[in-house]
Write a protein that binds this ligand. Sequence first.
Ligand SMILES: C[S@@+](CC[C@H](N)C(=O)[O-])C[C@H]1O[C@@H](n2cnc3c(N)ncnc32)[C@H](O)[C@@H]1O
Length: 471
Amino acid sequence: MLAKSPLEDKFLIRANRSVFYKNNNKLTIAYFPDAKSHYRLLTLKDSFEIKLFLSINEKRKIKDILKELCSDFSDTPEHALVQLKKILKKHKHIHPGLLKTEERQPAADKIDRKNLHYFSIANSINREYRSAKDIKKDHVDLLDYHLYRIKDANKQFDRNEITLSHIFRQPHPALKGSTYGRRIREELFRCRSPKGKTKILEIGGGTGWFARRFLDRLKNRNTKYIFLDLSPVLLKSQKKINFQHAKRISFLQGDGQRLPFKNNSLDYVILNEVIADFDVVKLDKNNLFKSSNGPKLSKAKEAILNYNVQIDDAPKKFLFGLGIVKLLEELKRVLKPEGTALIIEYGSMWSYPQAVKLKGHREYSVHFGHLKQVANALGFSCEMANLLDFLKFRKDVETLDSISFHLLEKIIRKRHLRVSSSAPTKEMLKNKLKTDYQKFKNLRFIKLKDNVAGFHIKEFKVAVLKKQKIS
Ligand SMILES: C[S@@+](CC[C@H](N)C(=O)[O-])C[C@H]1O[C@@H](n2cnc3c(N)ncnc32)[C@H](O)[C@@H]1O
C-alpha cells in the first residue's frame, strides 16, 4: 500500500458545486454539500480564510497555495500550515462537504457528471426518474393538483416546473434574438400556412407567455386563439399576460383529454410541455388480456389492440400513455381536414413512460414511438423532430448552468435582487448584475446542447400531426 502523502502534497478541493460572492471584506459561499442535500450558505470574514478559498484550484497542491498566502500575509510557512489545519478541522465539523483534501488531482469532468446528476439536485431542479416497477399508489392526483394546488403562476414556472417556453420567453441569443413562442409560430406555419379565418387552440398555456410571443407580431386579424387549461390560476395569468391581444383570445377551463369543441372546427392545436401531465396506466404484460379491472385499464388494452401498439419490448410492468391516446382521438375529431397539431414534450421513441418527480406532483416522460403508432393508425401524417433542430437552436451558446444559477439566486435573494429563470449567457448576466457580476466567482456556463437550466434539451421532441384532407 502506498504511504499517505504529507498534507502539503495533497490537493485542496472545495464542494463540487459552490458559488462565491466577494463583497468588501466578506466572502459569501453558497454550496451543495452533496448530491442529496439542500444548499447551504455561509459568510466568511477572516481574510486568510477568504484568500485560501479564493486560491483553491484543483490543479494546485496545498504547498503552492500556502506559498502564495505566506507572501500575501507575510506569514511563515509553519504558521500558515497551522492555520490551514484549523480551517480544515472547523469545516469538517461545521460545514461538511465544503472543503476537503485529496491525494490526487481529481479528473476534470468527474465532478459534474458522476457525482451530481442534474436531475438529482435539491428542490426545484429535482427531477427523479422512476420506472413503473417502483411506482406506488402515492402519486398526486394530477386533476386535483392542477385545479386546486397551483397558487401562483410566476412561482410555478420560476421554481416548481420550469419550462422551455418560460426560459426563452424573452429574446435570447440561443434563438438568434427571437423568442420561443415566436419561433414555434414560424415553424408551425411553415409546416402548414394559415388561410383566412384561423382558429388556434392552445392546451395548457402555463403563464401565457408562450401565446403572448406567438401572437405578438402576428398580423392576421382573422386569428382566434383559444386557451384551454385545467388551472384557474394559470388561466387568469394567461388573460393578464395577453391583455394586448384581448380581441382575439378566449378562455375555457377544461381537460385537454376531452375537448369541448365541435367536430372539424379547429385549424391548429398546440400543446407545449403538457402531455407529460396526461393520464398513464400501469399495465402488467403477462396479464394484459386476461382480466379486465376498471374502465381505464380496459380502454388502454382496447387502444393497444385497435391501434396495433407495439409492446413486445415492454418490461413486465410498464406504463402506458392512455391520456395521449385520448388526446389523439379528440384531435382527429376536432381538427379540420388538413388541420395541424403540434405536440412538444420530453421522452424517447423507444422508452416506456417514466415517472418524473417535480415539486408537488409527478409527470411522465412520453413514449413517442407509441404516439406515432397511434397517430398513424388514426390516419394522421406524423412528422417527428428533435426540438433543438426544429427551432434551430444555436447549440453552442453557453448559458449559466442550473446549479450555479440556483446558488447565485440564493446569494442574490439575500441581497434583495432577483434574476428570474432565463438561462442567461455571460453577457446577459453581466448586463443584469452590472458591477456586481465581478464579485461572483466560480460561475459555470454550459453549452445548450448539453444542458440548459437543468434540462437535457436533447430529450425534447416535436410531433407535427396533420389530419388528412377529405378526398
Ligand atoms: C408544464 S405546464 C406547461 C405550460 C406551458 N405550455 C409552458 O410551456 O410553459 C402544463 C400546463 O398544462 C396544464 N394542464 C395540465 N394537465 C392538463 C389537462 N389535463 N388539461 C388541460 N390543461 C392541463 C397545466 O395547468 C399547465 O398550464
